[in-house]
Design a binder for this molecule. Structure first.
Ligand SMILES: Nc1ncnc2c1ncn2[C@@H]1O[C@H](COP(=O)(O)OP(=O)(O)O)[C@@H](O)[C@H]1O
Length: 281
């Protein structure tokens, strides 16, 4: 049996088990082709040998800080940080053939199709492979059980870090998020101070303000409005929450509740990952 037909069979079985809508064989083929592209973009010789760099995934609700901590770990470990949300936004700003279709979906807070996202991800993985990178830290993928199955079918994920934060903080963080249109720096103008209740400690996250030269160039993501953030949270609970269980069942999930702002959370995350000896890098 060829790799392609094995993949087609896997998706048919997954559809039956998880109740995905019935797909025509033509669509199965498209997904399988995407998965083959993803598989060939992941260096085979590195995927199972522990001599390679890490292959980690970040899960967590919109606004939890996946991008912030994935970027920090990527610098620390010298491994590419690949955020599918960034790949989608790049595609949007390229005004290519997919742009307007993707803009509608993203601005409604919905997920774009597995086929499109896997193709964008495969291209990005190929680029980093061509530059000699081994390993990756994925942020925003997988976001559905089907995406997780596809990824699991083509490579071995070492660890999945599930970031958690209270919902009121998530909404405030999304609404306070700002990006410098020139340097791409990420900032947050929200000051989150939730008093401790019923045994849970006070939670304080100070704003992360931009330096003076970015101040006049700040933009807000078009999907960071209250209505769309609430929809993204609903979509996360419906489509992405089951991904946590997918990895928990495989013993790969590390749950991490953010204790507060970046300095405190970063120190504790490094401890949870047994990386505290890297902290001064
Ligand atoms: N793995 C994915 N599958 C489907 N759609 C995705 C995926 N990753 C990103 N997107 C699309 O890009 C948007 C922005 O993604 P991201 O920046 O990761 O958002 P968030 O802040 O909600 O985690 C998502 O709302 C979704 O429309």
């Amino acid at each position: 049996m060829t790799v392609l037909s094995r993949l087609i069979l896997r998706y048919r079985t997954a559809s039956a088990v998880h109740g995905f809508c019935t797909r025509s064989s033509e669509i199965d083929l498209t997904i399988a082709e995407s998965a083959v592209a993803l598989s060939s973009a992941i260096p085979v010789e590195n995927s199972n040998v522990k001599g390679r760099n890490v292959q980690w995934v970040f899960l967590g609700c919109p606004g939890v800080g996946k991008g912030t901590y994935a970027a920090r770990l990527s610098n620390l470990l010298g491994v590419p940080h690949i955020a599918t949300g960034d790949l989608v936004r790049q595609e949007l700003s390229s005004y290519g053939p997919l742009s307007s279709q993707l803009a509608d979906i993203v601005n409604q807070g919905k997920l774009i199709s597995d086929e499109i996202i896997i193709n964008l991800l495969s291209k990005r993985l190929e680029e980093s492979q061509a530059k000699g990178a081994t390993g990756f830290i994925l942020d925003g993928f997988p976001r559905t059980v089907r995406q997780a199955e596809i990824l699991e079918g083509v490579t071995d994920i070492d660890l999945v870090i599930n970031l958690k934060l209270r919902e009121e903080a998530l909404i405030a963080k999304c609404l306070g998020r700002r990006i410098c249109s020139e340097c791409g720096g990420n900032y947050n103008v929200a000051c989150i101070d939730i008093k401790g209740e019923d045994g849970s400690p006070r939670m304080y996250m100070p704003p992360l303000l931009p330096p003076p030269n970015c101040e006049s160039k700040l933009i807000t993501r078009s999907d960071d409005t209250e209505e769309v953030v609430k929809e993204r949270l609903l979509v996360y609970n419906e489509k992405s929450r089951p991904v946590e269980e997918f990895y928990r069942a495989r013993g790969k999930l590390l749950e991490f509740t953010l204790p507060g702002g970046i300095p405190e959370s970063w120190t504790k995350l490094l401890q949870a990952l047994n990386l505290d000896n890297h902290a001064d890098k």
